[in-house]
Design a protein around this ligand. Structure first.
Ligand SMILES: Cc1ncc(COP(=O)(O)O)c(C=O)c1O
Length: 387
């Protein structure tokens, strides 16, 4: 029986055991330990953000970041329909409504259409942007760097600035992705909007088991993020709370794993890139198949690989190919079901969604773990060639 090839699993190769053991030996297991501060410092150093605030997961980071961005009950927030559902749910946690945008050829929010929506379907008055149809205030936008592909933020920032729409980047999949062109050249994904969020879930490029981080350059956001994620304590001794806080801080054990993982991030980034190119050439030679490109204006982290299938040429559709892989013990996944079609969000507005529907239909994500070996890649390719 061939060995199972998972889609995306972590790689524990470094000092994880050593640092976790240290937490356990010292009995510092909860969120007050020194590894949490160290992990924050190291993520800030790596990404170039002034501040990094550790959270229990990326969803919690998005929830708090959107709250800090000023999203309030009854507001609307622009978000792509093609994304994992977490940022959409985070909007709803604040009793606001998502307005769904289409995607571009890199699976990211379509900036051209988004700007067109803002210019034609909204009005700017009293220093804020309002949806012409519903009258709702559009307080924020969540550009998601899907699969680690950098969103074309350079083309979005001016309109956000003019219209007072706060950009909260969902950089949960894009740690290590860095722009190399335009006004934001040299900047990391997640450090360009007023706030950015990372995830260290088990399937991400580095993991803490579960974990997240808020990035910002603004000391007021940083201070408030720490306050809100640690139960909003105004007097720690007497337990005085002037606001409703959250128990969202990362624990020392999680952060210890994160510090060890971060030590290997550069190596992981080069493995991801090497594996992407090992897949790309042979796949692109197969009629009807294509491995999605990444934008040339950024150095991408190549977190997840997206195979596109032209079923008329390849004579097999995504579902058939997925079950074929399944029989060969190779795990693959279709891209997320589109959010504007998900039950809780069916009544929310979606603006000219076309490309996302197409890409959802033709895309299959193929194995991309750090531990994936050349033989594994060859097995995937040979499965595609022989079928
Ligand atoms: C695009 C996106 N946003 C948000 C999240 C949520 O992160 P977490 O699982 O750490 O809550 C994830 C992944 O898990 C994601 O892929």
């Amino acid at each position: 029986m061939p060995e199972f090839i998972p889609l995306s699993v972590p790689s524990i190769q470094g000092n994880e055991w050593k640092y976790v053991r240290e937490c356990l030996d010292k009995e510092w297991v909860s969120s007050a330990g020194s590894y949490v501060d160290e992990f924050e410092r190291r993520i800030a150093d790596f990404s170039g953000a002034r501040f990094a605030i550790a959270c229990v997961n990326g969803t919690a980071a998005l929830h708090i970041a959107l709250k800090l961005a000023g999203v309030r009950r009854g507001d609307a927030v622009l978000v792509p329909t093609l994304t994992f559902i977490a940022p959409v749910n985070a909007i709803r946690y604040l009793d606001a409504d998502p307005i769904f945008m289409d995607c571009d050829s890199f699976y990211n929010i379509d900036i051209e259409k988004t700007v067109e929506f803002i210019k034609s379907q909204t009005v700017f008055k009293n220093d804020a942007t309002f949806d012409l149809t519903t009258g709702k205030k559009i307080s924020a936008i969540v550009p998601v760097h899907v699969f680690g592909n950098a969103v074309d933020l350079d083309s979005l920032l001016d309109v956000c600035h003019e219209r007072k729409i706060v950009a909260v980047e969902d950089a949960t999949e894009s740690l290590g992705t860095k722009y190399k062109a335009g006004r934001i050249a040299g900047k990391h994904a997640g450090t360009i909007g007023k706030l950015g969020c990372l995830s260290f879930n088990g399937n991400k490029i580095i993991t803490t088991g579960g974990g997240g981080m808020i990035l910002t350059d603004d000391p007021r956001y940083a201070e408030k993020a720490k306050y809100l994620t640690t139960q909003a304590k105004d007097d720690e001794i007497r337990y005085i709370h002037d606001e409703i806080g959250y128990n969202f801080r990362m624990t020392n054990v999680q952060a210890a794993i994160g510090v060890a993982q971060l030590e290997n991030l550069e190596k992981y980034l080069s493995i991801k890139k090497r594996n992407y190119f090992q897949y790309k050439r042979p796949i692109d030679r197969i009629p009807g198949l294509h491995l999605a490109e990444t934008p040339d204006y950024a150095e991408n982290n190549h977190w997840m690989y997206a195979l596109q299938i032209d079923k008329t040429v390849y004579r097999m559709d995504r579902e058939q190919l997925m079950s074929l892989f399944d029989q060969q013990k190779i795990q693959t996944r279709p891209v997320w079901y589109l959010n504007h079609q998900q039950k809780p969000y069916r009544n929310c507005y979606g603006y000219q969604i076309e490309k996302a529907v197409f890409l959802h239909e033709v895309t299959l994500n193929i194995p991309c773990s750090i531990g994936l070996k050349t033989e594994g890649i060859e097995r995937v390719i040979s499965c595609l060639e022989k079928r």
